[in-house]
Design a binder for this molecule. Structure first.
Ligand code: GLU
Length: 316
C-alpha cells in the first residue's frame, strides 16, 4: 500500500497543543502504515505570516519527537514544500479550470472575501454565495472595467452534492451548490484561497491520506469536488477531534502554557507533552511520559475519544 500523508501548518505563530496533537496523529498514522509524511508550510496568507514562525514550528515538532520524509528543510521530489513558492502551480490550475469553463470573475465586496486565504474554522464561513456574478461578465477585463478594480475568481459549482467516507467521522455528504455555492479560488487582492492551494498541493504531491482537525471537515466536500475536476485522485480523509482549552474555548497561540514553545521554554520534557496529548485523545490510559515512536506499534486511528484532563496537564 502506498501511503503519503502530510502535516500542513500555517506559520502564523507558535504551534499550540491542538496543532501538536493533530501533528502527532498525522505522524503516527503515517508511521503505523510504514508511510511517508510530507511537511508542507501553508504560508499563502501572507499578511498573517509571522517572520520566524516556520523555523520555530518545525523545530518544536522535532523537539516533540516527530520527523518527516519531505519538507522545506529536507527537500524531496514533490517540492517546493512552501506554498509561497508554488504560485505558478496555482495559476496553472486556474488556467485549467478557466479552459473548462469552471472559473468566473466576481466583483462582490472585498469584505465578503477577506478571510479566504486561511483555512476556515467552524462558524467562520458566511452564507452561501448567491450567484451574483456567475453569468455577469464575459471576461476578467470586463469585470475589472465594470467594478474599477480587480475581480476575485470563483469556481463554478455545477453538481450539487459531494461526499466522502471519513475514517473517523464516517460518511459525510454536503450539498455544496446549496450550502456554499460557487467558491473563491483567488481573492481580488491576488491571494490564492486556501481551498485552491490545498487541493493543488494534495493532488500534485500525491497525498493519499489526510489527517487533520475536524474543524476542516466542512471544507472537504469542496476539496473533493475540486480535486476531481482537476483530475486528481481523492485522498482518504480522517478528521480528528479539535483540542479545546480547559474552559472549552479554542486554544490560543498567545497562551505560553498551551504552546509547544512555551512548554519547551518552561523546561517541560517533550515526553510529558506527548504522554498528555496521547492520553487526551484516548490512545493510552495514563499520562505517563512517552516518546511518539513508542506509540506506533499499537496505534489505530479507530474511534478517538477526546477527553483532555487539564488537571493532569504537565504545567498548571
Ligand atoms: N494550514 C491549515 C491550518 O493550519 C491546515 C490545512 C489542512 O490540513 O488542510 O489550519
Amino acid at each position: 500500500m502506498i501511503y503519503r500523508g502530510r502535516y500542513a501548518p500555517s506559520p502564523t505563530g507558535p504551534l499550540h497543543l491542538g496543532n501538536a496533537r493533530t501533528a502527532l496523529l498525522a505522524w503516527l498514522d503515517a508511521r503505523a502504515h510504514d508511510g511517508k509524511l510530507v511537511m508542507r508550510v501553508e504560508d499563502i496568507d501572507t499578511p498573517r505570516v509571522v517572520k520566524g514562525a516556520e523555523e520555530e514550528q518545525l523545530s518544536d515538532l522535532r523537539w516533540l519527537g516527530l520527523d518527516w520524509d519531505e519538507g522545506p528543510d529536507v527537500g524531496g521530489p514533490h517540492g517546493p514544500y512552501r506554498q509561497s513558492n508554488r504560485y505558478e502551480r496555482y495559476e496553472a490550475a486556474l488556467s485549467t479550470l478557466r479552459g473548462m469553463g469552471r472559473l468566473f470573475p466576481c466583483v462582490c465586496s472585498r469584505k465578503d472575501l477577506q478571510r479566504l486565504a486561511s483555512a476556515p474554522h467552524v462558524g467562520e464561513e458566511g452564507p452561501a454565495y448567491p450567484g451574483t456574478c456567475r453569468d455577469r461578465f464575459s471576461s476578467d477585463e470586463e469585470a475589472r472595467a465594470a467594478a474599477g478594480r480587480a475581480p476575485a475568481l470563483r469556481f463554478r459549482v455545477t453538481s450539487g452534492k459531494a461526499s466522502f467516507d471519513d475514517r473517523v467521522l464516517g460518511s459525510i455528504a454536503q450539498d455544496v451548490e446549496r450550502d456554499v455555492g460557487d467558491f473563491v479560488l483567488r481573492r481580488a487582492d491576488g491571494l490564492y484561497a486556501y481551498q485552491l492551494a490545498v487541493v493543488v498541493d494534495d493532488g500534485e504531491m500525491g497525498i493519499t491520506h489526510v489527517v487533520r482537525a475536524d474543524d476542516l471537515a466542512t471544507s472537504t466536500p469542496r476539496q473533493v469536488m475540486l480535486l476531481r475536476t482537476l483530475g486528481h485522485a481523492v485522498p482518504s480523509y480522517a478528521h480528528v477531534p479539535l483540542l479545546n482549552g480547559p474552559d472549552a474555548a479554542r486554544l490560543q497561540k498567545r497562551e505560553p502554557r498551551h504552546t509547544l514553545r512555551g512548554l519547551r521554554d518552561a523546561g517541560i520534557k517533550p515526553e510529558s507533552v506527548v504522554g498528555w496529548l496521547a492520553h487526551s485523545i484516548g490512545l493510552v490510559e495514563t499520562t505517563t511520559p512517552v516518546r511518539p515512536s513508542e506509540l506506533v506499534r499499537d496505534f489505530r486511528l479507530g474511534p478517538l475519544v477526546s477527553r483532555p484532563r487539564w488537571d493532569l496537564f504537565p504545567v498548571t
